[in-house]
Ligand binder design. Structure first.
Ligand SMILES: Cc1ncc(COP(=O)(O)O)c(C=O)c1O
Length: 348
C-alpha cells in the first residue's frame, strides 16, 4: 500500500483497486487510506465498490445489459464502455456521469492466450482510430488494459510508447486515461521512481489524468491459505491430503497450470500436497519439508489473495476456508466463517 501511495504522490496518477482480483471488503477501511477508489467488471462489483470502498468508482464491463445499465450508472462516477455500440446504446443513460471507451492497442505483455487482451479477434476494446474519433463528442477518456503480470519496466515503457504512436491523436483529445492493471510495480526490485516519472511524463504530454487499476499489485504476498493435513499416503511418492481443494479454493492456479507456493520449501522430506475433492488432478504442488508430515500438521500456501478469494467455490461441497485478518499489531480477527447454510443457499 505504501508503494502504491508513493507512485500516486510522485506521478500524480490515481490508483483504483481492481475488484475482480480482490474484493475482501473487510480490509477496505485500511486500503482506502492508500488508494483513490475502485474499478469493476460488473454491476455487482461496481455496487460493492461504491457501497464498501467509496471514493472514486469506475464502472467497466465487457457488455452491459438493458436491465442493469441504470443501476450501474447510479453507483459510478465514470463508466467505460467496451465498444462503440455499447456507448451508442447507453450514452443517454450515462449522460449524468463521465463516459469513456476501452481501446485495444493490439500489443500486450501476456504470453498466455487465455489472458491476452491482444489475442487475435479479441473483443476487449476498440481498435480503429477513425471510428473512435467519430464518437469523441460523447466521451472524455480511455481505458487501455494490455499489461499482464508485467514486472519488466522496460517492457511497460516500450508498450506505452507503442500506444502513444498508435493513439496519440486520441490521447491529445482526452482528459483522462486509465492504463489498467497487470503492472507489478509493487514488486521488490521494480524501479518505482522511473515508473512514476514515466507516468508523469505521459500525463504531461497529453494533458490527462492518469489512472492505474492495480489488482494483483495491491495485494501481492498479503495473504495465506491455511490448510491442515488430513491423511498421508505413499504411492511411489509421499502424498499428503489437506482439508482444502485447489479446484475449490485456488482455482486460478489450476486454470493457469501453476503450483501453489510454500515457504521456505526446504528440507529432506518431499511431499505432493493434494486437495480433498474428487478431481484426480487436485494437486497444489510438490514441496520440501523439514520433517515428515502427519495428520494435523498445518501448511500455509503463500500469496493467496489475488484471483483466489474471489473465485472460491463450493465444488464437492468442500468446506470453505474462514477469512481472518491479521491486524498490524499481530492479533488475528476472524471476519467470516462458512457453514452448511451457506453451501445450501448457494444452491437451489
Ligand atoms: C480492465 C482491467 N483492469 C485491471 C485489471 C487488474 O489486473 P491485475 O490484477 O493483473 O493488476 C484487469 C485484469 O484482468 C483488467 O482486465
Amino acid at each position: 500500500m505504501e508503494r502504491i501511495a508513493r507512485v500516486r504522490e510522485t506521478s500524480g496518477a490515481r490508483a483504483l483497486l481492481a475488484l475482480k482480483c480482490f474484493a475482501t471488503w473487510s480490509v477496505f477501511d485500511f486500503m482506502r487510506e492508500y488508494m483513490d477508489g475502485t474499478t469493476s467488471s460488473s454491476l455487482n462489483e461496481v455496487r460493492l465498490g461504491h457501497e464498501r470502498f467509496g471514493k472514486e468508482t469506475h464502472a467497466y464491463s465487457v457488455a452491459y445489459a438493458d436491465y442493469e445499465i441504470d443501476e450501474v450508472v447510479s453507483h459510478a462516477d465514470k463508466i467505460i464502455f467496451n465498444s462503440i455500440s455499447q456507448l451508442e446504446r447507453y450514452a443517454d443513460n450515462a449522460a449524468g456521469i463521465v463516459r469513456g471507451l476501452r481501446l485495444n492497442p493490439q500489443v500486450s505483455s501476456s504470453s498466455f492466450d487465455l489472458a491476452d487482451p491482444a489475442r487475435p479477434f479479441s473483443r476487449l476494446g476498440e481498435l480503429d482510430l477513425s471510428r473512435v474519433e467519430a464518437v469523441m463528442d460523447r466521451i472524455s477518456g480511455f481505458m487501455i488494459h494490455n499489461n499482464c503480470e508485467n514486472s519488466d519496466f522496460s517492457l511497460f515503457d516500450r508498450m506505452l510508447g507503442q500506444i502513444e504512436e498508435r493513439f496519440a491523436p486520441l490521447l491529445r483529445k482526452a482528459e483522462w486515461v486509465s492504463l489498467g492493471g497487470g503492472i507489478h510495480f509493487t514488486g521488490d526490485d521494480y524501479p518505482i521512481d522511473q515508473f512514476a516519472e514515466r507516468l508523469k511524463r505521459f500525463a504531461g504530454e497529453y494533458g490527462v489524468q492518469v489512472y492505474l487499476e492495480p489488482g494483483e499489485a495491491s495485494i501481492t504476498k498479503s495473504t495465506t491459505l491455511e490448510v491442515t493435513v488430513v491423511d498421508t499416503l505413499f504411492n511411489g511418492k509421499n502424498l499428503a491430503i489437506v482439508d482444502s481443494s485447489i479446484e475449490a479454493h485456488m482455482l486460478d492456479l489450476l486454470i493457469y497450470r501453476e503450483s501453489a507456493k510454500v515457504a521456505p520449501n526446504r528440507g529432506p522430506h518431499r511431499y505432493m500436497i493434494c486437495g480433498k475433492s474428487c478431481l484426480a488432478g487436485d494437486i497444489f504442488g510438490e514441496f520440501d519439508f523439514e520433517h515428515e508430515l502427519k495428520v494435523g500438521d498445518r501448511i500455509s500456501f503463500q500469496d493467496a489473495a489475488g484471483y483466489t478469494m474471489v473465485k472460491k467455490n463450493w465444488f464437492n461441497g468442500v468446506r470453505m476456508p474462514s477469512i481472518a485478518i491479521r491486524e498490524l499489531d499481530g492479533s488475528i480477527r476472524t471476519v467470516r466463517e462458512f457453514d452448511y447454510a451457506d453451501y445450501e443457499q448457494s444452491l437451489s
